[in-house]
Design a protein around this ligand. Structure first.
Ligand code: C2O
Ligand code: CU
Length: 465
């Protein structure tokens, strides 16, 4: 079997169960959850902020008292958070001091093709490149990560990922929790040896990152919180692992946003699901717990009802709370009637061990679809991998889309927003509506289980005027 065909939830047959080489790491909840630093601009001009980032190897502490060498942006694991405002351009000068090529993609960003981090458009070791992000889109939790062809899975696994929080006045007006009460939770797994070495095993059928759960780069940490509302900007930055998050006491969370920004209205739910590359914007109200409580967040996306620790919230103090979660958030614009339908068939070819979209692997010289600027389309995405049940996550660059239905049924409320990545389960057909209305040129779409895209499960769009 080829690399990373399965995720934890699907490693059901004993035949396919992987033998993990990872050591049992730290005691759960023995380290405090860090918050990635917010990147400071190197310069500010009117309407524009300029940042410098250097991709380099760095030793970090993941397991307590051990050093792990990872690939970083500026030595930070995960990368520093970039904060941007709608209408204000962000310019990022990236310098590659790694010994491998890298291409930096702003996932979910509306950017011109030459700034999109196309897989063939890499920064060679020793070189620099400037990316321009105009931020002419709604407030959203975007993220930046490596996209160099064939290398992205390992590069992201080794650390090349960071959050990019774009805000706008519409969002700020809502009164959601902010400041120290708005925290990123970057979720992923890591296989760590006893001595702290990060093991990348691309042949692991469960995916290389099904090991220890890391939150913001530390294993199953704890987070001291006040007894009030918090807003968590959750991003799944793993290469292929799924998280279905539940509070162990079964109590409610409020999902207010998804990949491309805020939902039209809050969704009260017991389970928040983020597959590879998806984001969830979630408010948890700790005021229902007395000071001294410990509240556990679990991942339940594993086979056979197994759950895994993710994070423990320790309610340590009272605090004033003037935040709100309004019943109306941000309305969804109407994309208009679709004029074209396209189909995308996702499959794994057992005979050749290749991951295919419409029967083909990625060819940088081939264009697979030519959508017209401003013309809405319906895409039907089918996962035919039922013999070996392999889920796929479908992502297109440049635009957010809407999920119309899954096997003919309207999607769950939390998926009725602006999406740029979606899971397609084995045997499922998902219909989406998408309208490219910003830039023309060449972009990619692909499976975001990065071991799959690294094996060329990817295609190209040429957006035509
Ligand atoms: Cu998150 Cu093509 O990328
Ligand atoms: Cu896939």
């Amino acid at each position: 079997l080829a690399a990373g065909v399965l995720t934890a939830g699907f490693a059901s047959t004993p035949l396919l169960r992987a033998t993990s080489r990872a050591a049992a790491p730290a005691e759960p909840f023995s380290v405090r959850m860090p918050v990635p630093p917010v990147l400071r601009p190197a310069a500010r001009l009117p309407g524009c902020a300029i940042y410098h980032l250097t991709m380099r190897e760095a030793p970090v502490e993941i397991l307590p008292g051990r050093h792990t060498t990872v690939r970083t942006f500026d030595g930070s694991f995960p990368g520093p958070t970039i904060r941007a405002r709608r209408g204000e351009t962000v310019i990022v000068r990236q310098t590659n001091k790694l010994d491998v090529p890298a291409a930096v993609h702003l996932h979910g960003g509306h950017v011109e093709p030459q700034h999109d981090g196309h897989p063939m458009d890499v920064i060679a070791p020793g070189d620099s490149r400037t990316y321009v992000y105009p931020n002419r889109q709604r407030a959203a939790a975007l993220w930046y990560h490596d996209h160099a062809h064939h290398l992205e899975a390992e590069n992201v696994y080794r650390g090349l990922a960071g959050l990019y929080l774009l805000t706008d006045p519409e969002e700020e007006r809502l009164g959601l929790p902010r400041g120290e009460y708005e925290l990123p939770l970057l979720l992923r797994g890591a296989n760590l040896a006893e001595d702290g070495t990060l093991i990348y095993d691309a042949t692991d059928v469960q995916g290389p990152d099904h090991g220890t759960t890391l939150v913001n780069g530390r294993p199953t940490p704890y987070l001291p919180v006040a007894a009030r509302r918090y807003r968590f900007r959750i991003a799944n930055v793993s290469s292929g692992h799924a998280y279905v998050l539940k509070l162990r006491d079964g109590s409610e969370m409020i999902q207010i946003g998804t990949d491309g920004g805020l939902l039209p209205e809050p969704v009260r739910t017991g389970a928040v699901s983020v597959w590879s590359a998806e984001r969830a914007d979630v408010v948890i109200d700790f005021s229902r717990y007395p000071v001294g409580s410990r509240v556990y967040l679990d991942n339940t996306a594993l086979f056979g009802g197994e759950t895994r620790d993710v994070l423990r919230f320790d309610v340590v103090r009272e605090a004033r709370d003037d935040s709100r979660v309004p019943e109306r958030l941000v309305p969804l614009e109407d994309l208009g009637p679709a004029a074209t339908t396209r189909t995308f068939a996702l499959s794994f070819d057992l005979a050749t061990g290749r991951y295919l979209i419409n029967g083909a692997v990625f060819d940088p010289d081939r264009v697979d679809a030519r959508p017209r600027l401003g013309v809405p389309e319906i895409w039907e995405i089918t996962n035919s991998d039922t013999r070996i049940p392999i889920p796929h996550t479908f992502h297109t660059h440049l635009e957010q889309f809407r999920i119309l239905d899954r096997n003919g049924v309207a999607p769950p409320a939390a998926e009725r927003g602006r999406k740029d990545t979606l899971t397609v389960h084995p045997g499922e057909t998902v219909r989406i509506k998408v309208r490219f209305s910003t830039y023309t040129g060449r972009y990619v779409f692909h499976c975001h289980m990065l071991e799959h895209s690294a094996h060329a499960m990817m295609g190209q769009l040429q957006i035509e005027p």
